[in-house]
Design a protein around this ligand. Structure first.
Ligand code: FAD
Length: 399
């Protein structure tokens, strides 16, 4: 069977490439799962944070590879994305966009409505792409778009490793947007949220909520910090046994400086000498976190403020401003994205075509592209998918 374009991978990037290319070309979409968009259904906790509504230039500033992404973002804008659906979207904090039904299944259904002209093959795993784009010895295409996603969340399908058979250099592959496992046992305080704290690793800082889990830390502040940590550590998922341990700090009161906090303590400790420290700290910390915090600060929770000496007071201030956790690993099974992939140095950002293999295109997470939480990763998938589909379908008869 011969097609103009074969698209491998039926996630958001592959589906969007199929939508863009099938307007003018004869397209086949090959997906190894029994349904399209398995990962898309999980996004945003099942609500699908489909994109981010910041103005394009500001939006781009959140990505490491802003120059690479620029053309695709301006070719396929958020407005064009919204226009594909017959329902509205809602905007939440930090410009995060969700479908009004808050159901990712509606996004998937909406996208699938545009696939009428596409030959969609499910349960079809591509294991070989031979010369002249002969796929699995059966399907022939003039052009191929690879949109096989990353390696994380393997239960939803993953691709990069399979495509070592393609002559396309990969950068190091790492975990992104991942919860972190701590050395400290946090099981006693699991479920607590530390609101609007500042998480830091070396000089990098991320503001956001932190959620304490049974094995460590998660929540937006930690998830975004994890990608920063992952990029700094030299390792590759494909090589085992790398030591991923490190130390992070949490500023539990980022809105107030050390100096201001010291002055406030001096005043309050004098005025309210009989108050117990565990009650006083309710002004600053989530109630259920106070005992754990005081244990680690070596202060007995019932101690009256008048009995806290200068050294302990300094320790309190220091721990409120710089509470340390030892990280022993990423919570790898829950990493939301893959950092790294097909090296974008070898991809033309104006078309998504490989500079090494003509007529071979890449889109989405299979590429060395990633963004923070907040709709930034689906934005990559949709925009690069659309651009790859559009470019591949141009001049299809004169490759
Ligand atoms: C739990 C979770 C929540 C997330 N929430 C959000 C969010 O709210 N907002 C956001 O922007 N991002 C979110 N992301 C990230 C986002 O889902 C991904 O970045 C996005 O799905 C990438 O799209 P893709 O099409 O490139 O890859 P994928 O969605 O991974 O799709 C790739 C497809 O290719 C198929 N495939 C792979 N190899 C082959 C093969 N050899 N033959 C045939 N088919 C193959 C796979 O089965 C898969 O269906 C989340 C991720 C996770 C895991």
């Amino acid at each position: 069977m011969e097609y103009d374009i074969a698209i491998i991978g039926g996630g958001p990037a592959g589906i969007m490439a199929a939508i863009a290319s099938s307007k003018t070309s004869n397209v086949i979409l090959l997906e190894k799962n029994s349904s399209l968009g398995k990962k898309l259904l999980l996004t945003g906790g099942g609500r699908c944070n489909i994109t981010n509504n910041k103005p394009p230039k500001m939006l781009l500033s959140f990505y490491d590879k802003k120059n690479f992404l620029k053309h695709s973002f301006f070719t396929f804008t958020n407005e064009e994305l919204y226009s594909l659906f017959d329902f509205d979207f809602i905007e939440e904090d930090n410009n995060r966009i969700f479908p009004e039904s808050e159901k990712s299944i509606d996004v998937l259904k909406g996208l699938k409505k545009h696939l009428d002209n596409v030959d969609v093959r499910l349960n079809y795993e591509v294991t070989e792409i031979a010369d002249n784009f002969i796929i699995n010895n059966k399907i022939k295409a003039k052009k191929v778009i690879i949109a096989t996603g990353g390696v994380t969340y393997p239960q939803t399908g993953c691709g990069i490793v399979n495509f070592s058979l393609i002559n396309e250099p990969l950068t190091k592959i790492k975990y992104g947007l991942s919860p972190l496992i701590t050395k400290e046992d946090l099981s006693q305080i699991a479920g607590i949220t530390l609101n609007n704290v500042e998480c830091s690793y070396k000089k990098s800082k991320v503001r956001g909520n932190v959620l304490i889990s049974h094995v460590g830390l998660t929540g937006p502040g930690i998830i975004d910090l994890s990608s920063i940590i992952s990029k700094e550590i030299d390792y590759d998922i494909l090589d085992n046994d790398t030591d991923l341990s490190c130390e992070i700090n949490i500023d539990l009161m980022p809105a107030i400086s050390r100096e201001e906090l010291k002055n406030r303590f001096d005043e309050d400790f004098q005025k309210n000498g009989k108050t117990q420290i565990k009650n006083y700290l309710k002004n600053f910390l989530t109630n259920s976190f106070i005992e754990y915090f005081l244990n680690r600060t070596n202060i007995v929770p019932n101690t009256q403020l008048s009995r806290i000496n200068k050294k302990s007071k300094n320790r309190l201030v220091e721990n409120l401003k710089r509470f340390t956790f030892e990280i022993v690993d990423f919570n790898k099974d829950l990493a939301k994205v893959t950092i790294g992939g097909v090296d974008t140095k070898n991809i033309n950002p104006k078309t998504m075509e490989s500079k090494i293999t003509p007529n071979l295109y890449f889109a989405g997470e299979v590429l060395d592209l990633d963004g923070p939480t907040g709709g930034y990763n689906l934005k990559i998938a949709f925009s690069t998918g659309y651009l790859a589909g559009l470019s591949a379908s141009e001049n299809i008869n004169c490759p």
